[in-house]
Design a protein around this ligand. Structure first.
Ligand SMILES: Cc1ncc(COP(=O)(O)O)c(C=O)c1O
Length: 386
C-alpha cells in the first residue's frame, strides 16, 4: 500500500510542535466550519435503546431523504439506487471492486486525490494517469489523449468534480464529452462529487447523473464529510442506476455489515440544513480563495491554478523538490515562532517525477491565518537553499 503523501509529514509536524513552533496547516482538508447544529442535536436527542446495525445499504429513511436531495439537484434517482457507505472512501473502494478485476485499468486525470492510489492497490487495479496542466488550470485533457490510453483492460474513467487537489470544475460540455467517450468505448464513468456543493463565482455543478443516457455507465461518489463539515461522521454513498453495479456493490456492503448507525442519524438530520448555511459557507470559501490566490500571486516565480470549486489549489514553486522543502519548513524554518505545513504535490501524480516542484494548499483556515501563512511561504522561499 502506498503511504499518504499528506500524512507522511506528520512526524515532522510533531517535532515542530515539540519545538514550540506554531504550525499553519495548509496541508489537510479538514474544514474549520462548524457542523450543522441540527445534526449534532439529532444524536444528542436520540431515542435508541439498542445501537443496532442498519441495513447494509443504509437505513431506508436516510436513503429516501438522500434521493430527495438529489432530485432537488436535477439528479433523478430513487432510494434503491443509493448505497450508504462509511465515507466517500468506502464508496470509492466499493466502486473499484465492483467494476474491475485484478489487473484491470482505470484512467484518471492527474493530479488526483492521492488515496485513489491506495484504493486501486487494494482492488488490484492499475491506475493509468492522463496529465492535466497547471497552464490550462487543470482543464480536461483532450478526448483524443484519453482514447490513446484505452486498452482492452480499461474499465473506467475516474474524475473528481470539483477536483481535489486542483479545484477545477468540469464544465457541462466537458462532462458531455466524457459521457460520449465512455458510451463509445463501453466504460464506466466514476465521478467523485464530494465537493459538489463548493462551487464559486456563480458557476453551476453538472453531475454525470444529470447527463441523459448515463444510466448504465455512471457511478457517483458522495460524502457528508465536506458538505456539512462532518468528516468524523464517516458517511458517504455510492449512487448508480446500473442494477449490476448496485447488486455487486451491495455484496461489498454486506461483507462489512452496516454503515455506522449514529452517523446516519446525524447525516439524515443534516439534510434539513437550510440553504442559508451553504450560502454563508460559499461566501466564506470564495473570500478565502480570493485572499489566498491574491497573496500567492505576489510571490515571484510562483504559478497557481485558479480554483473554481472545492477548497484546494496547486501552486508551482521556484524550487526543485517540494518533499524536501515541506520537510525543511517544519524542521529548520521559523518566522516569529511560526511555520507552515504544505502537501508536496508529487504524491497527487502517478507519473514519476511530475509535480515535484508543486504543492497543494488547502484554504480551510480563516483569511487572517491565510495571509500570515502565505507570508511565511514567501519568506521561506527567499531563504531556501536547495
Ligand atoms: C476527492 C475526495 N474524495 C473522497 C474523499 C473521502 O472522504 P470521506 O471518506 O471522508 O468521505 C476525500 C477526502 O478528503 C476527497 O478529497
Amino acid at each position: 500500500m502506498p503511504e499518504s503523501p499528506i500524512r507522511k509529514l506528520v512526524p515532522f509536524a510533531e517535532k515542530a510542535y515539540k519545538a514550540n513552533k506554531k504550525v499553519y496547516h495548509l496541508n489537510i482538508g479538514q474544514p474549520d466550519i462548524k457542523s450543522p447544529q441540527i445534526a449534532m442535536e439529532a444524536v444528542e436527542n436520540h431515542h435508541l435503546e439498542i445501537l443496532a446495525y442498519t441495513r447494509s445499504e443504509g437505513s431506508e429513511g436516510y436513503r429516501e431523504k438522500i434521493a430527495k436531495y438529489y432530485n432537488s439537484k436535477n439528479i433523478p434517482v430513487n432510494a434503491s439506487e443509493i448505497i450508504v457507505t462509511t465515507g466517500g472512501s468506502e464508496a470509492l473502494l466499493f466502486a473499484m471492486g465492483s467494476i474491475a478485476d485484478e489487473g484491470d485499468e482505470i484512467i484518471i486525470p492527474e493530479p488526483f486525490y492521492a488515496n485513489y492510489n491506495g484504493f486501486a492497490t487494494a482492488s488490484g487495479i492499475k491506475i493509468v494517469p492522463i496529465n492535466s496542466k497547471i497552464e490550462d488550470n487543470f482543464a480536461l485533457p483532450p478526448i483524443s489523449e484519453f482514447e490513446k490510453l484505452i486498452t482492452p483492460k480499461t474499465k473506467a474513467i475516474l474524475i473528481c468534480n470539483p477536483g481535489n487537489p486542483t479545484g477545477y470544475l468540469y464544465s457541462k460540455d466537458e462532462i458531455k464529452l466524457l459521457a460520449a467517450m465512455v458510451k463509445k468505448h463501453d466504460l464506466f464513468l466514476v465521478s467523485d462529487e464530494v465537493y459538489r456543493e463548493f462551487v464559486y463565482d456563480g458557476a453551476q455543478h453538472y453531475s454525470i447523473l444529470e447527463e441523459p443516457g448515463m444510466e448504465d455507465y455512471g457511478i457517483l461518489i458522495d460524502s457528508v464529510s465536506k458538505r456539512y463539515s462532518m468528516c468524523g461522521a464517516r458517511i458517504g454513498c455510492l449512487v448508480s442506476k446500473n442494477k449490476e453495479i448496485l447488486s455487486t456493490a451491495l455484496k461489498f456492503a454486506q461483507a462489512r455489515l452496516s454503515p455506522p448507525t449514529f452517523a446516519q442519524i446525524a447525516s439524515e438530520a443534516a439534510l434539513q440544513t437550510p440553504q442559508s448555511y451553504f450560502d454563508e459557507v460559499i461566501v466564506e470559501y470564495t473570500e478565502r480563495r480570493n485572499t489566498l490566490i491574491n497573496e500567492l500571486q505576489k510571490i515571484p516565480g510562483l504559478k497557481v491554478g485558479i480554483p473554481k470549486g472545492a477548497f484546494y489549489c496547486i501552486a508551482e514553486l521556484p524550487i526543485k523538490d517540494s518533499d524536501v522543502f515541506a520537510q525543511w519548513l517544519l524542521e529548520d524554518f521559523v518566522v516569529d515562532g511560526e511555520t507552515i505545513m504544505v502537501a508536496p504535490a508529487a504524491g497527487f501524480y502517478s507519473t514519476p517525477g511530475v509535480g515535484k516542484n508543486q504543492i497543494r494548499i488547502a484554504y480551510v483556515l480563516n483569511k487572517e491565518s491565510l495571509i500570515t501563512a502565505v507570508n511565511i511561504l514567501k519568506i521561506a522561499l527567499e531563504n531556501y537553499k536547495e
